[in-house]
Ligand binder design. Structure first.
Ligand SMILES: Nc1nc2c(c(=O)[nH]1)N[C@H]1C(S)=C(S)[C@@H](COP(=O)(O)OP(=O)(O)OC[C@H]3O[C@@H](n4cnc5c(=O)[nH]c(N)nc54)[C@H](O)[C@@H]3O)O[C@H]1N2
Ligand SMILES: Nc1nc2c(c(=O)[nH]1)N[C@H]1C(S)=C(S)[C@@H](COP(=O)(O)OP(=O)(O)OC[C@H]3O[C@@H](n4cnc5c(=O)[nH]c(N)nc54)[C@H](O)[C@@H]3O)O[C@H]1N2
Ligand SMILES: [Mo]
Length: 761
């Protein structure tokens, strides 16, 4: 099982040579094609390694990270060094000086989940500075609890695909429903039903309107509206304006189920700020014809309409506004809680929305308690490392960045996920020590001092399941452990022993015993709820056990049915179109109701005079993030070895480039190379370059070096969505593009660093 689906593997000579998707999967992910050949790929870390400068000079700030040799050490030396350094930092600076936020997807599996492992380990040592929220839903995760009381329920208890296929007449999809993204689900998935559900909707006569800068974000949409990227909130306000002035809004619903519509309406009509949000106003912002906005609003009010917003719309500056405004618009239509109507968030972002949830808890490795209260919103990592002691705003609080001495990472790749990589590299120069566990020499591993070689999930047993999929799967080891790598659990167990906390960490169990224990514990829980499951051995032999899932859900149906007993967990118990709490924070960049804020990185602003193309840095079709970028499916998409950038023929012609050329994509933060794919399925000043090409600096000594390979995060802004959420804003960035006529530098991202023999002093 992988995050991108369930499969079985054939292996020979310690390598996966072939894979077969799960027979029940109606639309297996293309990312499966990256798996064969991944175990023994040359980018694997063969054994414990330490950065030479750190070994010779000891811990401390340095500009050599990302530009140094490594020394091979034994496991005993590595674990001694790691235990000694953790002890030094804790004794001298306290546990708060350890950053263990360790964001990232790692691999599927409930026990060997790297983040759970590192958190449990650090908690045994007395805790660490942690991170909150995610890169996925950084803005949503903070705003939605204020608006509807929780954010995760919107995905895990979303309206089922079956209900949408049967009931929805009009699907208005902001960001489309990109099929490429539904290939992925955190923790795995046994089926990919999105496309067939959309086909069924269409076959019934349902209509789909995709509002998205890229045509292929929605296959077979009857209508494709391509707004200026970042202008969706203006479009939604224009739609809301039509509903309000034509009296198409459902005042009964607004009165009974929401609060604050009146305040919002004063803004909408321009009473509070002098600007009526007319369709003409929205058209000037978005480039979508005013008549199209009027027609769409009337059409929405006349039929069973579901409004969906992908997560990408909130991974931008003021990202709180699009989901908030989406719910407001759906509230005006009054169909929230009716089958096939209302609101959805994340259809086409992940496989999960639309799938039925498992109604009981899943087997889970306990992470223990973290007594350290220091934390940051996850995308503030560079701000924290560069500005210890600096104050910042977050969700109504004024907080202070701790002074981090040691960064401990397992299962994530900041050189994939973070923005403005030049700035991140300078930030990573500040701590005394960086520890990274990874199976591969990723750019993050190449910036670490202590490099811990991990196994991949193919090299160990585990259990996997996820909250919206019926299968609990026995993940069975396919190949032996590669070279001198180890399971993260075994590494942590040894370091825990050396630091005197072995009992707390292992509880006396091997990993095999833990897996059985987690299963048995879960089985006991289910039995107490009168659900019978097979014994562990039987489950392991069978390979999976099928769990019940709740079917035919409609988001907020329970709330609609009984808004008193099923009140939302908001201060008013209702959907908060106006939030007194947020209003009380007094933020300029996130006021008490959804509103339009002019973006910085957009085509209608001053910055576009210097960088006239809007780059969409979205999720890659051919892989999960940076994982297995060296695999066959990912490599087949590259152009002269570079990540493909899609450009409109007009933009390409204006720059004298054509299909297959390599270009330099740049702005005032950085530059990367990319390979041109001409595609007219977008506005002519929009370009698209997915995330995930391994960062590959032309000059490793230069933190602002050109990336030879095409990682868009050398270009993206490292600024929070707003004072409220501080969420990542990596989806949008303005750039310029020119043909690259110099000799093409070879890709070196997948080469291991130079290993040197130790000079014993
Ligand atoms: N510009 C821009 N940037 C973005 C986004 C965007 O839209 N635009 N999207 C953001 C989003 S939504 C996300 S979620 C992030 C994703 O960012 P990440 O989750 O950090 O990216 P991954 O490439 O999945 O990194 C997982 C790492 O875990 C390692 N790994 C796998 N299995 C194991 C294991 O068992 N043990 C250990 N120790 N390591 C393991 C893999 O080799 C890999 O290096 O990126 C964000 N970045
Ligand atoms: N194949 C694959 N699937 C994945 C992942 C992966 O790495 N690979 N990553 C997974 C993860 S961790 C996450 S969090 C989700 C992320 O899910 P999302 O954030 O929803 O995914 P993206 O592909 O970044 O964006 C979806 C689409 O939104 C459109 N879009 C961008 N900006 C705008 C805008 O301003 N307005 C409108 N209307 N549309 C816009 C883009 O055209 C883009 O293709 O994807 C998951 N699915
Ligand atoms: Mo994500």
């Amino acid at each position: 099982m992988a995050h991108w689906g369930m499969y079985s593997a054939s292996a020979a000579d310690g390598e996966v040579v072939d894979i077969r998707p799960h027979a029940g999967d109606s639309s297996p992910s293309p990312a499966l094609g990256n798996v064969p050949g991944s175990v023994k790929h040359r980018s694997r870390i063969t054994g414990p390694s330490v950065r030479r400068g750190w070994l010779e000079n000891g811990p401390g700030p340095t500009d050599r990270r990302g530009n140094d040799d490594y020394v091979a050490v034994t496991w005993d030396e590595l674990t001694d060094l790691l235990a000694g350094e953790l002890r030094r930092v804790i004794d001298r600076h306290g546990n708060e000086a350890i950053y263990g936020g360790s964001y990232g997807w790692a691999s599927a599996g409930r026990f060997h989940h790297a983040q759970s492992q590192v958190h449990r380990f650090l908690n045994c040592l007395g805790g660490y500075t942690r991170s909150v929220n995610s890169y996925s839903t950084g803005a949503t995760g903070v705003i939605m609890p204020h608006v509807v009381g929780a954010h995760w329920k919107m995905f895990s208890r979303s309206t089922s695909w079956k209900v949408i296929a049967a009931e929805t007449d009009l699907l208005v999809a902001f960001g489309g429903v990109p099929a490429k993204n539904t290939s992925v689900n955190h923790g795995g998935t046994s089926d990919h039903p999105t496309e067939s559900a959309l086909d069924a909707l269409r076959a019934r006569g349902g209509e789909i309107v995709s509002v998205s800068p890229l045509r292929d974000d929605m296959h077979g949409a009857a209508t494709w509206l391509a707004p200026v990227p970042g202008s969706d909130v203006a479009v939604m306000l224009g739609l809301a304006y039509v509903l309000a002035v034509e009296n198409l809004h459902d005042t009964n619903f607004l009165d009974k189920y929401t609060t604050g519509y009146d305040t919002f309406e004063r803004y909408l009509l321009g009473a509070s700020d002098g600007i009526p949000k007319t369709p003409e106003w929205a058209s000037a912002k978005s480039g979508i014809a005013a008549e199209a906005i009027v027609d769409l609003a009337r059409s929405m009010a006349s039929r069973r309409t579901l409004i969906t917003v992908t997560w990408s719309l909130q991974r931008v500056k003021s990202g709180e506004q699009a989901p908030w405004m989406g719910i407001t618009l759906a509230s005006m239509l009054g169909q929230i809680g009716i089958p096939g109507g209302g609101f959805g968030h994340g259809y086409g972002s992940m496989n999960e929305p639309g799938l039925g949830p498992v109604p009981y808890p899943l087997p889970t490795l306990p992470q223990g308690l973290n007594p350290i209260t220091a934390h940051i919103p996850v995308a503030a990592i560079a701000d924290m490392l560069l500005g210890p002691g600096t104050e910042f705003d977050y969700n109504g609080r004024r907080m202070t960045y701790p002074d981090i001495k040691l960064v401990h990472w397992a299962g994530g790749n900041p050189f994939h996920h973070h923005q403005d990589l030049g700035r991140l590299r300078r930030a990573f120069g500040r701590p005394d020590t960086i520890v990274v566990h990874d199976p591969y020499w990723t750019p993050m591993a190449k910036h670490a001092d202590i490099v811990v070689p991990s196994t991949t999930s193919l090299e160990r047993n585990d259990l996997s399941c996820t909250r919206n999929d019926p299968l609990l799967v026995a993940m069975q080891q396919a190949v032996p452990r590669y070279a001198d790598s180890r399971d993260d659990y075994d590494t942590f167990a040894v370091v825990a022993r050396k630091m005197g906390v072995a009992d707390g960490f292992t509880e006396g169990r091997t990993s095999g015993e833990w897996i059985e224990h987690l299963y048995d514990q879960w089985r006991g829980y289910l039995r107490s709820a009168n659900v019978e499951t097979p014994e562990f051995d039987e489950f392991w032999r069978a390979g999976s056990v099928r769990m019940a899932t709740e079917e035919d859900l409609t988001l907020f149906a329970d709330y609609r049915e009984d808004p008193v007993s099923n009140a939302l967990r908001t201060p008013s118990g209702r959907i908060e179109i106006f939030s007194e709490v947020i209003d009380g924070f007094g933020y300029q960049d996130c006021i008490g109701h959804p509103a339009w804020f002019e973006p910085v990185e957009w085509l209608n602003g001053g910055r576009a005079q210097h960088f006239p193309l809007h780059l969409i840095a979205n999720q890659p079709r051919t892989r999960l993030h940076s994982q297995l970028d060296h695999g066959a499916t990912s490599q087949a998409s590259k152009v002269q070895g570079r990540e493909p950038i899609r450009m409109h023929s007009v933009a390409a012609a204006a720059r004298g480039v054509t299909d297959g050329d390599v270009v330099r994509v740049f702005n005032d933060r950085g530059a990367c190379l990319a390979g041109v794919v001409v595609d007219d399925g977008m506005l002519d000043d929009v370009v698209q370059l997915s995330t995930g090409a391994w960062y590959d600096p032309l000059d490793p000594a230069d933190t602002n070096s050109l990336c030879k390979h095409g990682n868009p995060n050398v270009l993206t802004p490292d600024v929070g969505a707003s004072s409220l959420s501080q969420g990542s804003t990596g989806q949008h960035v303005l750039v310029q593009i020119e043909r690259y006529d110099e000799a093409l530098p070879p890709i070196t991202a997948f080469d291991p660093p130079t290993m040197t023999v130790r000079s014993v002093g």
